[in-house]
Design a protein around this ligand. Structure first.
Ligand SMILES: C[S@@+](CC[C@H](N)C(=O)[O-])C[C@H]1O[C@@H](n2cnc3c(N)ncnc32)[C@H](O)[C@@H]1O
Length: 445
């Protein structure tokens, strides 16, 4: 019928002044173009069409979609992503996200100046509302509680550090923190000093830093302290992801699953380790005994989780074996597929950076063997996972986007045997989800 098409804006429209000005301009252009056309109604904030799926064929709806998309493209350029479900080109956002967003159109939109800092640079959020409030959580001190339902992929926080510092002994860290504090305004100094300290005593500044510092990137010895992000408590089954954006020098927090109103926003301070190693690390590095949802479970539940996490470690190591990848890519790809299933069982549909890495591994296995068709699908999945847990502006997301558009840019393209060689366009078009999965992961049967 032709109505299953449209476009998405990625990243979505924010409350930043430049976006609001462009959106107003867009509405003006559409209004002027369709003046006198009863099928199109341009409101104060949105465009409505009276074309229903029943009347789509008579009204030539494709023409309208094409025209409006072209107008959006002229203003928003490559943020505009066309989709057409009949051609198997799907929208960027999930329908529940889109529907929640449509509902928010009826809410009052404050002027840009009224938006508090922490939401001004949000991406993928309904910026019309504050997303969280600071509350006291029994047994954990302060924490952030969702004030509204926060959809998976929403940027909850984007924050510059008060300062960053490398790791060192308590005495020298104390001195270095004092030097950094001197450079801050009185307000910022107060913000730092109001953060929790799990290591009171002689080196109080170092204690606050050690309790709160968030590493500037995976495995980095540099850490940053933040007024708001440092109020987020830890969970071994988190619902949000923290990410340091080296290019922008800021920390972002994204919802990795839908977080319902009243739920606490939680990130993980530890890596994918088994419970004892995790507890030890949290005690030694951050000075607390974890009381999260997983750690409060009976022993047999924790043991089952440990078994899955051991499997995750084993499969991760197997995938990283370059010899197996070069000589038995089928085995490496099967390990990726198994890892995907274990991650799902352990983290239950939550997007985590591990998932983005897993798809990147599957991409590398495919492209090294010349299989461009599958490489593109894996690159796209990795890109989407990165965007969901780190945002469109994440350098890793941008790198994956490049590979998604042109997988042959990867250094290992055709680096191994080319038995799997396929062209970019060899992706099957009319398979159901199960059959597509079998094709993608080269599963037999
Ligand atoms: C970065 S701060 C988080 C904010 C802190 N709750 C506050 O009141 O400022 C980290 C501290 O919060 C507490 N905390 C965070 N996650 C916890 C958890 N899962 N179990 C117990 N305490 C936790 C610990 O005291 C930890 O040292």
């Amino acid at each position: 019928m032709g109505a299953d098409a449209g476009f998405d804006m990625v990243p979505r429209l924010s409350q930043r002044a430049e976006d609001l000005v462009k959106w107003e301009e867009f509405l003006k252009v559409v209004k002027e173009y369709y003046v006198g056309d009863e099928q199109v109604e341009v409101g104060a904030r949105t465009i409505h069409s009276k074309i229903t799926s029943g009347s789509a064929a008579d009204t030539g709806v494709e023409k309208y979609i094409e025209e409006v998309t072209a107008m959006a493209k002229a203003l928003f350029d490559d943020r505009i992503r066309r989709w057409n479900e009949l051609l198997n080109v799907y929208g960027f956002y999930r329908w529940d996200f889109v529907n929640a967003s449509i509902k928010s159109y009826d809410m009052d939109i404050p002027t840009p100046e009224l938006i508090p800092n922490h939401t001004a640079s949000n991406q993928g959020t309904d910026c019309t509302v504050d997303l969280y409030e600071v509350m006291t959580i029994p047994g954990r001190g302060k924490g952030l509680i969702a004030k509204v339902d926060i959809l998976k992929g929403t940027r909850i926080i984007c924050e510059k550090p008060l300062f960053t510092l490398g790791d060192s002994t308590a005495a020298s860290m104390n001195r270095l923190v004092a030097e950094k504090l001197k450079l801050l305004s009185k307000d910022k100094q107060r913000e730092f000093l109001s953060l929790h300290n799990n290591f009171p005593g002689k080196y109080a500044f170092a204690g606050i830093f050690k309790t709160n510092a968030i590493p500037c990137g995976h495995g980095s010895s540099m850490g940053g302290v933040y007024t708001t992000a440092c109020l987020i408590n830890h969970s071994c089954i988190p619902n949000a992801n923290n990410c340091w954006n080296e290019a922008a020098q800021h920390e972002t927090i994204h919802a990795t699953r839908d977080i319902l109103v009243g739920e606490e926003i939680l990130i993980s301070y530890a890596a994918n380790e088994l419970s004892q190693a995790r507890q030890r690390r949290l005690r030694e590095s951050f000075g607390f005994q974890c009381s999260c949802e997983l750690c409060s479970q009976p022993a047999h539940v924790i043991q089952a989780s440990d078994k899955r996490r051991a499997d995750i470690e084993r499969l991760d190591a197997a995938i990283g074996n370059p010899f197996v990848m070069a000589t038995s890519p089928q085995r490496s790809l099967a390990a990726c597929h198994e890892l995907l299933q274990v991650l799902d069982r352990e983290y239950g549909g939550v997007v985590i950076a591990l998932l983005a890495r897993l798809y990147y591994d599957a991409f590398q296995i495919s492209i090294a063997h010349g299989d461009q068709a599958r490489a593109i699908v894996f690159a796209e999945r990795s890109y989407r996972s990165r965007v969901e847990c780190e945002g469109e502006d994440s350098p890793d997301a941008q790198q994956m986007k490049g590979f998604m558009l042109n997988p042959t840019r990867h250094l290992s393209f055709n680096g191994c045997l080319t038995r799997w060689r396929s062209s970019k366009t060899a992706k099957p078009k009319s398979l159901d989800a199960d059959s597509f999965d079998k094709w993608l992961w080269r599963l037999s049967g």
